[in-house]
Design a protein around this ligand. Structure first.
Ligand code: AHR
Length: 518
């Protein structure tokens, strides 16, 4: 491979190749890889998905325009109700007649929670958007008692205190929540009720046991380190899993990236850090299992991932001026075009590791570090909406590992960064989709896909997300500044397909069954 570390050099057309075979399989993509997250925070719920009185809302107060945008993303699971919020939350506050629900201080975000939107409302909303609920229990201020009760409330058919209360509250049928998070980021000093790895591991183990005794069909996710760069990373996973390995099903990972340094080339390589993070957590899980001579293999739940930094200064001011406020404009990152490219890169990384990453949640979904933004008058898609939509739409089936030959570059934090980052998914009906990011700020790439092994594939279309300005954004006034276009720009011959990949671009190359015309 040729190394190219000179971005000040003149613009030139680079060449890359990608070879694929249907036998280069990684794993079947678990559809939950395209999950997302709604926290009781800022305007995610109030003024986001729930806006009673707004003419765009239905009889439940659910914003219909938001539902339409969410549905297009085809999100199979949504994590709820936190996040940091969950570590001080009493789930019982969020059920029953609204007028009896208490208003509480939320210490995680220094705001006030009225509980007017709660468990039943979230389940009803999830059904409307075609998602399943991934519900987090509070292992910060609470523990196994509250955790097993909410499982009984949600999943037991009837004839017990909590299940009969659910029926009384209007849900004769169980809510059927199959995926549960055992707390949130319990290693972090910012967490209400932070624990040591030993304390958390014991607590998670006992909670998981009791929850599964109530409903053996559920799966549970234990908290891994809240970030790769936590000082206790690694030691946390090993100690925590030493306590709960046999009773949990997944370990969580969280990661957010920033371009505060305004170094685009470095920023776009950051999914290499995500890749290393995943590989290390896989090793830690296997080491923990190995030590126990366990036959069980733990998989990963990357249940918070995104770009997050644009709103951080603004948030400090908002909290300073509106401590204990409600529906504040918190964590409202306005995403630019380069953010969409890194989100595309992160999706490629998740697919590349889909043999062990079975669940992932883009954090979050509406208003709070989100692909969808709302105002009182409507809603719009941020730049990051598009790569997520494409991956969710076309990235289902068998993940394949391409052999890629790309020019490389070096940047502040990474060496040998491939200019072209790509992966592929073989759909069940034989269609093939290649997802590719050109990380170069100035060099277009002529990409040759060697698909001879597939014999009868024809090029269908090239979906391209590109903007000349890496900082371009979508706004309420100009929602279509950064949107994908469809191109028919492929030359094909004898199973080789040549496509032009512009500098700084997200690309979806779609091939379908049938012979090319050439
Ligand atoms: O998604 C925003 C916050 O980021 C979550 O509440 C927390 O889990 C993480 O630190």
């Amino acid at each position: 491979m040729k190394k190219d570390s000179s971005f000040s050099e003149k613009k030139e057309l680079k060449k890359a190749t990608l070879i694929l075979d249907k036998d280069f399989s990684i794993a079947r993509v678990d559809e939950r890889l395209y999950g997302s997250f709604i926290e009781q925070l800022g305007r995610a719920v109030y003024g986001g998905i729930y806006d009673p009185g707004n003419p765009r809302s239905d009889e439940n107060g659910f914003r219909q325009d938001v539902i339409e945008l969410v549905k297009k993303l085809n999100v199979p699971i949504v994590r709820y109700p936190g996040g940091n919020f969950v570590s001080g939350f009493n789930w019982e506050d969020s059920i029953g007649p609204r007028e009896h629900r208490p208003t509480r201080l939320d210490l995680a975000w220094s705001t006030t929670e009225t509980n007017q939107f709660g468990l039943h409302e979230f389940c009803a909303w999830s059904e409307k958007v075609g998602s399943k609920v991934m519900y987090a229990v509070n292992l910060g201020t609470r523990g196994m008692e509250a955790a097993r009760n909410v499982v009984e409330y949600a999943n037991h058919s009837g004839g017990s205190y909590w299940s009969d209360l659910r029926r009384k509250n209007g849900s004769e049928k169980p809510l059927g929540i199959k995926l549960w998070c055992l707390g949130n980021e319990m290693d972090g000093p910012w967490q209400i009720g932070q624990k040591t790895a030993y304390e958390y591991g014991r607590c998670a183990n006992e909670a998981a046991k009791a929850m599964k005794w109530v409903d053996p069909s559920i799966e549970v996710v234990s908290c891994g380190s809240s970030a790769y760069d936590m000082p206790s990373f690694g030691a946390w996973e090993l100690e925590m899993l030493d306590q709960c390995y046999e009773n949990v099903d997944y370990v969580s990972l969280h990661r957010y990236y920033s371009n505060a340094a305004n170094d685009t080339q470095n920023f776009l390589a950051k999914n290499m850090d995500m890749e290393a993070f995943i590989k290390t957590v896989v090793s830690l899980c296997d080491a923990a299992g190995g030590k126990k001579h366990s036959k069980k293999k733990l998989n990963l739940s990357f249940d918070e991932w995104n770009v997050w930094y644009h709103s951080q200064e603004q948030d400090k001011q908002i909290i300073k001026q509106n401590r204990w406020g409600q529906s504040l404009h918190l964590l409202e990152d306005v995403y630019n075009f380069e953010d969409a490219l890194l989100v595309g890169g992160m999706l490629i990384t998740l697919l590349r590791n889909s043999d062990r990453v079975k669940i992932a949640c883009l954090a979050q979904l509406v208003n709070v570090i989100a692909p969808i933004m709302t105002s009182g008058n409507g809603c719009w898609a941020q730049t990051i909406y598009w790569p997520f939509l494409h991956a969710s739409q076309y990235g289902r089936g068998m993940a394949l590992r391409p052999v890629i030959n790309s020019p490389l570059y070096n940047c502040t934090d990474f060496e040998d960064v491939p200019m072209l980052d790509a992966t592929a998914v073989l759909g069940d009906e034989g269609s093939l989709t290649v997802f590719a990011v050109n990380r170069s700020i100035q060099n277009d790439i002529e990409l040759t896909c060697d698909l001879r092994a597939f014999q009868s594939l024809k090029f269908k279309e090239h979906i391209l997300l590109h903007h000349d300005d890496a900082k371009a954004i979508n706004t309420e006034e100009a929602p279509n500044t950064v949107v994908p276009v469809v191109r028919q720009d492929c030359e094909s011959q004898d199973g080789y397909f040549k496509v032009h990949i512009p500098a700084l671009s997200w690309n979806v190359l779609k091939f379908s069954v049938g012979r090319s015309q050439t």
